[in-house]
Design a protein around this ligand. Sequence first.
Ligand code: GFP
Ligand code: GFP
Length: 835
Amino acid sequence: VEASIPEPQRDAWLKHSAHGFTNKDGFENEVVRHVETTLARSMFNCDESAAYAACSLAFRDRLILEWNRTQQRHTFADGKRLYYLSLEFLMGRALDNAMLNIGQKDLAKSGLAELGFRIEDVIEQEHDAALGNGGLGRLAACFLDSLASLNYPAWGYGLRYRYGIFKQEIIDGYQVEVPDYWLDFNPWEFPRHDVTVDIQFYGNVRKSTNEAGKTVSNWEGGEVVKAVAYDVPIPGYATPSTNNLRLWSSKAASGEFDFQKFNSGDYESSVADQQRAETISAVLYPNDNLDRGKELRLKQQYFWVAASLYDIVRRFKKSKRPWKEFPDQVAIQLNDTHPTLAVVELQRILIDLEGLEWDEAWNIVVNTFGYTNHTVLPEALEKWSVPLIQHLLPRHLQIIYDINLFFLQSVERKFPDSRDLLGRVSIIEESQPKMVRMAFLAIVGSHKVNGVAELHSDLIKTTIFKDFVEIFGPDKFTNVTNGITPRRWLHQANPRLSELISSKTGSKNFLTDLNELNKIELHVNDKAFRKEWADIKHANKVRLAKHIKASAGIDVDPTALFDVQVKRIHEYKRQQLNIFGVIHRYLRLKAMSPQERAKQQKRVAIFGGKAAPGYWMAKQIIHLINNVGSVVNKDKDIGDLLKVVFLEDYNVSKAEIIIPASDLSEHISTAGTEASGTSNMKFVLNGGLIIGTCDGANIEITREIGENNIFLFGTLSEEVEDLRHAHTYGRHTIDPELQKVFAEIEKGTFGNMQDFAALISAVRDHGDFYLVSDDFKSYLDTQDLVDEAYRNQEEWITKCITSVSRMGFFSSDRCINEYADGIWNIEPLIPKGAA
Ligand code: GFP
Ligand code: GFP
């Protein structure tokens, strides 16, 4: 029930309405008040973490007031909203972002200084919100920033994991996983103990006849778990619009304990029930792009989807509109197949609970959903076993079968003579046990399906989803090339570069219209500009060098070429190609005379990224990188010519230090495997160049910045299949330079060779699925070209400035506008005061 204050009393409310601080004095006032009251401390025991807490609370108070106004505005406008369903939101830190988006960082800086704190130290206190694995989760976070900045009425829905992605420690060269308990103190969330949803699992389905004589399905019995909402305000940049990210946390339905059990002396099982319920939102599953089909993961998915849909449907029903208008009010985007059960859940709500006819309901469902695919790797496409769904969600399984039946009937009508086709596109895979193919269900249940870069969107149409293009026609499939938010990935991570750019573009408008960057190309020959550009890069490298020293204990020379590869560790992303290349470089340097050596380009090879705990090969790659580092870094012959660094626990806040400091970054996936990549965009936007394959968004980056400004190499995606085929039939000769690398590893130069035997044999003996040997020569040759190019610093800087000036296309604002127009059909609601 909405409890509104009656008209006559509203004046009193308006008189006392909170406003949040508006100037420095007000800010300091709020900080001190929070220290003294909320935190119960004083100036005699206020450390940096308390200052962080109080400062965050002061900003949070401001945000929540805007949040309230924004939600109020959206409700009154009564227009269409977008709901972005993502199992991952890799948000990183919130304070710096909030200060910058609201435009109050300078004020906070001087306010904090007056109270005795350096803003940088205060910002450093914050724990990353690491509710994601990598690119997919970070994309969702960039999207939230753009949606709010562009004033779209939109919510994110996700899970409030008690433990985010594990913390990575490197011990003796090995990855060790440590739990990431990030919720000790989190000022950025608002628990909504009044917004809860009961979620049902297990039980059975009973058919009955209602008063109208219609057969209805009743899902009964089983277990009930409570979903509690936690709201995270998402501030737009240079606009008061503040959107919501609603994260669900699981609790026992009976509250703290089951009192009946408790009172009857069964303490243990009442506590056990509570723990069982809380387990659902306890951990984020690490992703190795291999579908492992764990029951708890399916429970997470349904829990989150059911709570979110309940909330969305409740909000829609407040408007008292007829059901057929649901798709005019609601767009739901499925970020990957993880939320695909939403399709089934909405159909269930409409037919079982709201009494709609199947066809009418299904029409609503399809017009509501859109589905984004992020991978073509077949082993990563989710499938759930039929018996598992039957057990956990018996009614949903029936609905899935019905969806499939009606779908296959329609296919049969269209293609009467294609028995094979029916088997290929069936949502149910006839295996042992039978499996539900979630991607197929998502396609059938959505009106649009998109890939995340041009090549990827073409590939899904010609490979994994080919039959569906035949069935639904090509218009259902579309491309929306990924993007990144320039607020976090330029303005926040690289403040000096942002400042320099605005001095040349004449304003900060490029932060909301990234195409404005092209204005800096006019200044590419301006000496002072170029000098400042180079100084900024150097300062960023010095900052990273300090971080490397502090975290890995390695001294690196900031004048060396910083060559970076940071991303999840995966064979398809080919960190093994990189480290084999580093070994090759090391051997080549060792073989040179000191005079010859002195002429070589200094390099620091920097790696970072997590391996999924169950992904053994990826862990071997980390181990090899660390072992190579421990040999190379102390080799007196080599000195600063080559250093190898593995940065522990790569995350968003570390990326903000690493990316602005790179000269060269590596995006070297086997062609056709990396759907898009988004860090490639971040690196170029920060004035670094790329070495990469013709894969994912590298292709579009090349198109935008020009092929003279990128170092491309390797097999093309259309050649991959033939090469793999040849390997399988024994036509595979290992590159001779790579053989030397293998021989060195096998000599034990980098520790026990047994540890790396599998990495070598994957290439040499097991078909080299990722084409490491095929691409090795072209990779090495291209790295030599990089050295040569870097030696000519003037040319290099020209390439960097030119590239940055042409990066406008890769803003997530462009990307969100494309979704809004082409898939969601939503309009911005621009408030007073938006820039
Ligand atoms: C949302 C917000 C509420 C706000 C209303 C109306 O509620 O705080 O009062 O919008 O603006 F959460 P629901 O749309 O979720 O009901
Ligand atoms: C996945 C894909 C990437 C893509 C992102 C976002 O990221 O190519 O850029 O999703 O669409 F693999 P990872 O989580 O695998 O890094």
